[in-house]
Design a protein. Sequence first.
Lengths: 298, 275
Amino acid sequence: MKKAVKKRYLKEYAWGYLMILPLVAGLSVFYFYPVFKVIRDSFFDVGAFGKSKWVGIGNYEKMINDATMWQALGNTFKYVIMIAPITIIIALLLANFLNMKIKGKTFFRVVYFAPSITMAAAVAMVWRWLYNGDYGLFNYILNCLGMESVQFLTNPKIALFAISAVSIWSLFGHNMIIFLAGIQGIPQTYYEAAAIDGANGIRRFFHITLPLLSPTIFFVMITLLINVFQIFDTIYMMVGEKNVAMEASQSMVVYFYRNAFIFSKKGYASALAVFLFVIIMIFTVLQMIGQKKWVHYE
Amino acid sequence: MRKRKNGGYVIVYVILISGIIITILPFLWMILTSLKTQSEAVQIPITIFPKDWKFENYPAVFERVPYLKMYLNTIISSVITVMAQLIFCSMAAYAFARIKFPGRDIIFYLLLAVLMIPSSFFILPQYLIIQKMGLLNTIYALFIPKLFSAFGTFLLRQFFMALPNELEDAARLDGCNHFKIYLKIMLPLVKAGLVSMVIITFKYAWNDLMWPLIVNNTPEKMTLSAGLSYLQGQYVTDYPVMMAGAVMAVLPLLILFIFFQKQFIEGVAAAGIKG
């Protein structure tokens, strides 16, 4: 009898291991191993043909003294500070509107969502054309209004803002949908009670919707921040290698990409990847700690 | 009171409609430019509608770059990625949610850790592995590391966990093994999760830029995303042809979205809430 029970358990275990095996094997090769590999490589000088030479903390030393890296990091923070809050506010506002009794809800929802499924490379290409300094639609409109043309993408002072606008355009719809689902999950009774108390729409938003939606807002914030910290596609497509605004607009991931695959400095690029990871981790942990102050779980 | 309420609604509509204009404008400009001649596209004052509709820009894309090849590469790698993830992730998700075995939770936490790490962290070693395998500049390079996903597993596990135990117990009494329970009973019940995963994965695979850019450099082996950057780099000045390329690259996903908008929107919402 005991033997039979034991056998049944072993069989159970075997099924468990068997069913996770393909996934775990794949993740081990392409995700678990790379974690160690990238940390190891950050202490090496990795040449073009895979030959590597131990340099200790050389790459990190170089990184700390690399003004371009600090600028790229600063740019990344600027992207995060601009894109994340504006995207969240727009998404929240629109989600709230689409939860009201309005006509054409489906139409609005579908159109707003469209940018977030559109290929970033294509989006960036179109916006680059809209921003064009000589023939772009935006400058044409500015000229018609009697204003000077703006070099949106080649002026180092402006490029970063122009890129942020494109990112917000492609991100808000996705997050709006998540907020809308969250709002619809709030029990109607709260609003009915508030209506009896005579609370108007704006008060209802701040006193019911916002606190009850805070777990969703927290989730969106975490994922959005991790994404924006890694902004790449838009910058890569809109700012070319020869653009004078490159250093003023490149993010950490763009700088990482250029080091790894254009300048062929894979060891240094590994150090950059490790550094970026540490920064994202710190921010995620800070948010996890900070959430206790403002996120209300029922 | 009533009047004020209506006034509020007017503001809401004004904001919503301005939002629509801003959202649609780039799409519209992309299509309109793709139908102009190059000289009309760069002419001042700007014309909004093309004087003569130049549909030839579309076939021209196929002459400039191996666009058909890029299309096929994108379709093949996206479909294989989705199928593989569906199989591997759902199977593992079932085991993590429904079977007790030693080490299960530790392995699952490792998986969650992968989920927290930014993708740029893995990309360099992944490239070196593909290089070691001798697969750089092949179609396999486009999808091999993408076949396994911690995100998909995590998402589906949430769906499997929500199912009641009774179903499983009854099947066990009938002598079904775990694989049979997974395939015949549980999988059909987590359809919403599967749809959500397929949509998110397909969208990501179709649009991804950095990975194809890194592993493949000949145009014949590129995806549409990387191909567009190639098109842009080569013919900087021919805007209508570039826009025609962009229109064709985004069209398949947009058409799918229009037909399956309910599934798209619910899928994203489900992933947002379950995550």
